[in-house]
Design a protein around this ligand. Structure first.
Ligand code: HEC
Ligand code: HEC
Length: 295
């Protein structure tokens, strides 16, 4: 009897340990009614930002260009893994961030845009979509697959010329020789990686280590983990050593902006690359000035 009981307990423990991870719900199961409408609206903003929230798209990117498969892909900063981990403190803005505030930051930096207001329709819709994707996830726990997989330090220092050659070989066919992406009329087929229509200097992707981690896990599209660690660093170093829109926190002093916001070993902001001072207003496309919303 005792043995049976302990066997039953052991089985229960085993079952619990092997409980399948929550299934990320299928789009077809978005409910009808007002809540479902908000979720669908969030999905539209996420996958077609310029069309669905034109005042808050400052470049040719959409959220899902980096958060792949509409925020579902593990290792590409999926929404379902993020949602239950806010509010949380962020070094970047030195305060507790609600989920909405976290999303505002991707609008400001990754989308180079004026952020939608907190509590407004756009951020409520994005939150509704993220919350719906996160149903069944545990609150306050970072699940496997959150963010980007950690990448090892580069075996040797990243190299611009090597990165350029690798970019030509593995990336330019989709993202263009000049990183400008590929358009069909107004439709962006492949997103730009640098230049006026890409993410700005304040974006996470402008940090070489983050870009290297994203690229290694997810690019070339459909062929993630095919590059070596060194190759991913070399390419990230090359891409983040290009001209892109200004960091919106720039207030006129390049060195001060570097000290305050780019004081990291891998940052190429305010450094001279191939004769150009990166981040200098003379060579930097403008940031789309926010419209006075709280951010
Ligand atoms: C087959 C075409 C293809 C190839 C090759 C490819 N990409 Fe991409 N890449 C894409 C597409 C498409 C997206 C957007 C994905 C989406 O929206 O679902 C993307 C997204 C990105 C993003 C995030 C969005 C942005 O514009 O910043 C980065 C960074 C990136 N790719 C880098 C690279 C690098 C580096 C390589 C080479 C190692 C590469 N890609 C190879 C098609 C490609
Ligand atoms: C150019 C690429 C890019 C684009 C475009 C982008 N993001 Fe992000 N996003 C990132 C990066 C990089 C991170 C940080 C990932 C990390 O550090 O783990 C991030 C983080 C996030 C997080 C927090 C994830 C977590 O687990 O804490 C949310 C939520 C988010 N983004 C939402 C959005 C929304 C909504 C949009 C569109 C308005 C958007 N992002 C557009 C690159 C991008």
């Amino acid at each position: 009897m005792k043995l049976r009981l302990s066997l039953a307990i052991a089985a229960a423990i085993l079952l619990a340990a092997q409980a399948p991870a929550p299934v990320i719900p299928d789009e077809a199961s978005i409910p009808a009614g007002p809540s479902g409408d908000a979720i669908r609206r969030g999905l539209a903003i996420f996958t077609d930002t310029r069309a669905a929230a034109p005042q808050h798209a400052g470049n040719q990117l959409r959220c899902a260009n980096c958060h792949l498969d509409a925020g579902r892909t593990a290792g590409a900063a999926p929404l379902w893994a993020a949602y239950g981990n806010f509010p949380a403190f962020r070094e970047k803005n030195g305060r507790i961030n609600s989920f909405e505030k976290r999303v505002q930051d991707c609008f400001i930096y990754s989308m180079n845009a004026a952020p939608p207001p907190l509590g407004g329709e756009v951020l409520l819709a994005v939150s509704a979509y993220a919350g719906w994707l996160a149903q069944g996830q545990r609150i306050g726990v970072s699940p496997a697959g959150r963010g980007f997989p950690t990448i090892a330090a580069p075996p040797s220092p990243p190299d611009h010329a090597r990165g350029e050659a690798l970019f030509g070989e593995h990336c330019a066919s989709c993202h263009g020789e000049a990183g400008q992406g590929m358009l069909d009329g107004d439709m962006v087929i492949n997103p730009p990686l640098w230049g006026a229509n890409s993410y700005n200097w304040g974006a996470g992707m402008a940090q070489v280590d983050k870009a290297a981690a994203f690229i290694r896990a997810n690019m070339p599209l459909g062929n993630g983990n095919s590059l070596t660690v060194q190759q991913a660093w070399d390419i990230a170093w090359f891409i983040d050593g290009q001209v892109r829109p200004q960091d919106p926190r720039f207030a006129g002093d390049l060195a001060a902006t570097r000290t305050a916001h780019h004081n990291r070993p891998w940052s190429r902001y305010a450094t001279n690359v191939a004769g150009r001072m990166l981040g200098d207003p003379a060579t930097t496309p403008p940031h789309h000035t926010p419209t006075g919303h709280d951010f």
